[in-house]
Design a protein around this ligand. Structure first.
Ligand SMILES: Nc1ncnc2c1ncn2[C@@H]1O[C@H](COP(=O)(O)OP(=O)(O)OP(=O)(O)O)[C@@H](O)[C@H]1O
Ligand SMILES: [Mg+2]
Length: 507
């Protein structure tokens, strides 16, 4: 049975085709992955399915019935649910309030809070979501926020579930949990549409795959998991043979290297709401080195960034740096990284400005340069940053921070939501920055990325560094390990050791 059918779907923004004549079907009770480069049109197509955008031409059928949604309410009525690339929760509201409020409005039904709470708690137990309904969303972790969105769909009894890059913000353990949840959905007969850039995940859970490139459907697999050919998929995504990584690692030899300290944190203590979040943290950023930080989310990563960037001042301990001009790619690009309504050029200028005047022509010039140099895909050079696809926003912010030409660079999850080629490009840029003598701090939840790029890798646990690996220990890894088809776990012992340290099981 067909759950969703797209027939000749086209959607333009201005003169730019975000979707062009897309035709494919999603079978009921399958996991259907949608792949494609940043800006390929994946989110746009899903927003059409969910009633946020209306297609210019083509038809959508749900369970063989043609639909014409004029808003998400119509889609929700047809039992379609969507978890967006950027969550749509109100931070000051509790989990419970977030789930109930929109629903109550759309249905005009007065809700019995007590009864709803019971229903929701049953769902939390059944799907193992581990959520506290009465916590404010601002106090819930990213994966908890995602589970809140999932709970919302379950409460609305959605049968077709759209997930737009759900795993981009999750740690490997959380990804495993997420897949357990999708397994349960499948067992319940639900249909799952999932967007991801990670081919190993596609291999793990997809039944069928559709690949989009520059707005068009370019590749489909038939309903046979075993035939999934990762190489064919990655070639379809980029439209050519994947060139392989151009990252030349040559890790900086920490032992025989002249250490010029660009930034140091000594014995930093920080409390938030009476909880110690940094506990005697020591860290040095050295010129010409990439220092990687790994750890389970919430062990002090964000606080380190806040102290370094000057956002957090209420710490004890010593913080010295050679410059207060520090480039930062933040973990949450929407909240901290940009002004959505501004163009790329304006967002760059914001950080450089210092009271100077500038003409529109110059701003467009800055946008053009970044678009060209960093392959940012836009529908128009002067597009607002907020209208770019998720991955292209990330590329634009990364580009801005490099172009600022500061000596100290802090990257928090720099390749989050970024496609395969752009990931390789960003990696090569990070290494290039190191090679020209910058000091780089790299925070990531992707252990392969960290091990490949870092000259030193520190494990963060409970607000302090519990162990730092030097280049010698990390050297056995090559850039090949970044490619998904190669089993990156060949050096299991190092992974195991880091894994143990990350959960506080130091030997
Ligand atoms: N509201 C909009 N206004 C103008 N252009 C838009 C708008 N939404 C999307 N676009 C453009 O349409 C193209 C496709 O965007 P879309 O968000 O669908 O990409 P995507 O495949 O989801 O990419 P990513 O992997 O980066 O999330 C992009 O080039 C984007 O700039
Ligand atoms: Mg998208």
């Amino acid at each position: 049975m067909t759950a969703v059918e797209f027939k000749g779907i086209s959607k333009k923004f201005g003169n730019f085709y975000a979707n062009e004549d897309i035709t494919f079907a999603v079978k009921k009770n399958t996991v259907h992955c949608i792949l494609g480069e940043n800006g390929a049109g994946k989110t746009t197509l899903m927003k059409i399915l969910f009633g946020i955008y209306r297609q210019d031409s083509g038809i959508v059928k749900i369970f063989d019935e043609e639909v014409n949604f004029s808003s998400p309410h119509d889609a929700i009525e047809k039992k379609i649910g969507m978890v967006h690339q950027h969550f749509m929760l109100i931070e000051d509201f509790t989990v419970l309030e977030n789930i109930i409020l929109g629903y109550e409005k759309s249905n005009g039904i007065k809700l019995d809070f007590k009864n709803t709470e019971i229903i929701l708690n049953d769902l939390i137990a059944k799907y193992n979501l581990g959520l506290d309904l009465n916590k404010k969303v601002s106090e819930v972790s990213i994966s908890g926020q995602q589970k809140t969105e999932i709970l919302k769909l379950l409460y609305r009894k959605s049968e077709i579930l759209i997930f737009d890059e759900p795993t981009a913000v999750l740690s490997p353990v959380e990804v495993k949990e997420f897949f357990k949840i999708t397994d349960t959905f499948k067992a319940d007969g639900k249909t799952i549409i999932l967007i991801t850039h990670k081919l190993n995940e596609v291999k793990e859970i997809s039944d069928m795959v559709s690949v989009l490139r520059r707005g068009k459907l370019v590749y489909e697999t038939d309903n046979d998991r075993k035939q999934l050919d990762i190489e064919k998929l990655s070639n379809a995504i980029v439209g050519e043979e994947l060139s392989g990584s151009s990252v030349h690692l040559n890790k900086t030899d920490n032992e025989n290297y002249e250490r010029i300290v660009y930034l140091s944190l000594k014995n930093i203590h920080l409390k938030k709401k009476n909880v110690s979040v940094l506990n005697g943290l020591d860290l040095e950023l050295i010129k010409g080195e990439i220092l990687g930080i790994c750890g389970v989310e919430g062990n002090g990563q964000n606080e380190i960034v806040d102290v370094i960037s000057g956002l957090e001042k209420n710490y004890r301990g010593e913080y010295v740096s050679v410059s207060d001009r520090i480039s930062l790619v933040p973990d949450d690009r929407l909240k901290k990284g940009m002004i959505r309504e501004y163009s790329i050029g304006e967002n760059v200028f914001l950080k450089k400005a210092k009271g100077r005047f500038i003409t529109n022509k110059v701003l467009t010039g800055i946008s053009e340069k970044i678009i060209e140099k960093y392959d940012v895909r836009v529908s128009d050079v002067d597009s607002s940053l907020g209208s770019l696809s998720g991955g292209n926003q990330q590329k634009a912010i990364f580009a801005r921070e490099i172009e600022l030409d500061n000596d100290i660079l802090v990257f928090s999850h720099p390749t989050r939501g970024v496609d395969i080629n752009a990931t390789l490009f960003i990696h090569s840029k990070i290494v290039e920055q190191r090679n020209i003598g910058k000091a780089v701090l790299l925070i990531s939840s992707d252990l392969d990325e960290l091990i490949s790029l870092s000259d030193r890798l520190s494990v963060l646990y409970n607000g302090s560094i519990v162990r730092t690996f030097g280049s010698g220990e990390l050297k056995s890894f090559t850039e090949d390990k970044l490619l998904p088809e190669i089993d990156a776990k060949s050096n299991l012992s190092l992974y195991e050791e880091i894994g143990k340290l990350m959960i506080g099981m130091a030997e």
